[in-house]
Design a protein around this ligand. Structure first.
Ligand code: FAD
Length: 467
């Protein structure tokens, strides 16, 4: 029968397109459906990639403006051209869009640009502007991702009250950006505009920023953003409303004691998280169950309650991260092909691309305390690192948590220059269940940032060399 596939994937984000490639590699006849004109999903079009492009551009400006003078370099007449910066970001995205399309062709994955919805457990209706048709598949994978979430009473009007998507295409640098939510997206996009000159105020419901990471990381990042970029933090504040007044916005919040504060800015960025996206998928036609939080419910093989229908990425339980979505995609492809894959959810690194960067893998100290685990801590400040001093990037700390009896590494948390890449070493070490002593006994190049990790491991037994 024509258009009969082994696997149909709905959604082309880092979950969907990676699944498609892996399915094709395994010899499965594969189709991918994407409702937008370009492939790559949130991550490529309005998430990871464009935000990193803007972070990179704004960091260059900030470095030249505030940090190169000490190196004996002075620059006159420094200017920001936001339009050009955003155009460069669009070019970066478009280059990678082309790359994903090329990979689909190369792997002979059939791409349908349409909105997909379930007719029955093997039939998907494809609706595009000019056409409606159905295709069938033995297995269907839901990879429809997520959308920005808001709070009751706050409507993201996309003008003054914006989500990350609009924050990546602003026409002007805000004078005062109010960020609701002290998580990763808020800190990253807040940094972009603070570097370009905006005053940034963060309203956060809990008592600290980066609430899901090791507490020390949030504390250190908060200090740094305040000192270097003038961030203002209103912690323990619950945002209760936001009003677009035409040329500005008023955000109201309640503090711990029930007092109301009102803050005026020119934009309010809602960055309280994202919600799974299943609208229009027709899940009710096949009886696929959702969790109480609206995620597609799956078993440990990522299969839904309907046999042959799987779900991966932001639309299921777990951290909303591109590499987690991709891991799950590979996993499901291999399950369908009859293999026995494995994902270690404890070893999915989390990264914040601020300056300094923050990264983390494994357990936080707070989690170990809650579990009643007997653990040890080793720490090394970047201020004692030769490499960090040469580049003037001395903010930060490497922190390792180990099992007090066996010395196995249970968690690694880094704030400092290049933390995004540094987390690779502890992730590999933990995958091989290494001890802190294992890392400490491996020769590390000098002078490097990754020496700091070795020093933190030595500090577990209080034998660090440089502190
Ligand atoms: P998505 O990427 O959301 O893709 C889902 C796709 O499905 C979309 O293209 C959508 O159009 C399509 N779709 C939905 N319904 C249908 C339908 N019915 N028919 C056809 N198509 C449909 N993660 C990181 O790991 N690192 C980062 O640095 C990072 N930075 C981020 C920065 C920002 C500003 C944001 C918003 C997110 C960031 N993320 C980051 C998170 C990351 O983008 C997501 O975790 C990731 O995109 C999830 O991938 P996914 O494949 O599950 O879904």
């Amino acid at each position: 029968m024509k258009n009969n596939f082994d696997v149909i994937i709905i959604g082309s984000g880092p979950g969907g397109y990676v699944t498609a490639i892996r399915c094709a590699q395994l010899g499965l006849k594969t189709a991918i459906i994407e409702k937008y004109a370009v492939l790559g999903g949130t991550c490529l079009n309005v998430g990871c990639i464009p935000s990193k492009a803007m972070l990179d551009s704004s960091e260059r400006y900030h470095e030249i403006k505030d940090n190169v003078n000490v190196h004996g370099i002075s620059v006159d007449n420094l200017q920001v051209d936001l339009e050009k910066m955003i155009a460069r970001k669009a070019d970066v995205v478009s280059k990678i869009n082309g790359g994903v399309s090329y990979l689909m062709k190369k792997n002979k994955v059939e791409v349908f640009q349409a909105t997909g919805s379930f007719v029955d457990k093997n039939t998907i209706l494809l609706k595009s502007e000019n056409e409606e048709k159905t295709i069938t598949g033995k297995n269907i994978i839901i990879a429809t991702g997520s959308k920005p979430a808001s709070l009751p009473g706050i409507d993201i009007d996309k003008k003054r009250i914006i989500s990350s998507t609009e924050a990546l295409v602003l026409k002007e640098i805000p004078k005062h950006l109010i960020v609701v939510g002290g998580g990763v997206i808020g800190m990253e996009l807040g940094s972009v505009y603070a570097r370009l000159g905006s005053k940034v105020t963060v309203l956060e419901y809990t008592g600290g920023i980066l609430p899901s990471m090791d507490k020390k990381m949030g504390v250190e990042l908060q200090k740094s953003l305040k000192k270097n970029l003038g961030f203002e933090f209103l912690l323990n504040h619950k945002a209760t409303g936001a009003t677009n007044n035409g040329d500005n916005v008023t955000v109201t919040a309640e503090d711990k004691n029930g007092n109301t504060v009102a803050i005026e800015g020119d934009y309010c960025l809602m960055a309280i998280g994202r919600k799974p996206y299943t609208t229009g998928l027709g899940l009710e036609n096949v009886g696929v169950e959702l969790t109480p939080r609206g995620q597609v419910a799956t078993d440990s093989n990522l299969e839904t309650n309907v046999k042959g229908i799987y779900a991966i990425g932001d639309v299921v339980v777990g951290p909303m991260l591109a590499h987690k979505a991709s891991e799950e995609g590979v996993y499901v492809a291999e399950i369908i092909a009859g293999q026995k894959p494995h994902i270690d959810y404890n070893l999915i690194p989390g990264i914040v691309y601020t300056s300094p960067e923050v990264s983390s893998v494994g357990k936080t100290e707070e989690e170990l305390k809650t579990e009643g685990k007997n653990y040890k801590v080793g720490q090394f400040p970047f201020s004692a690192s030769g490499r960090a001093i040469t580049s003037g990037k001395t903010e930060g700390i490497a922190k390792v948590l180990t099992d007090a009896e066996t010395d196995e590494i249970l968690g690694f948390h880094i704030i400092g220059e290049r933390a995004s890449d540094l987390i690779g070493e502890p992730t590999v070490a933990m995958a091989f269940r290494a001890s802190a002593e294992d890392i400490a006994r491996i020769s590390h190049g000098h002078p490097t940032y990754y020496e700091n990790l070795r020093e933190a491991c030595l500090d577990v037994d209080k034998i660090a060399i440089h502190i």
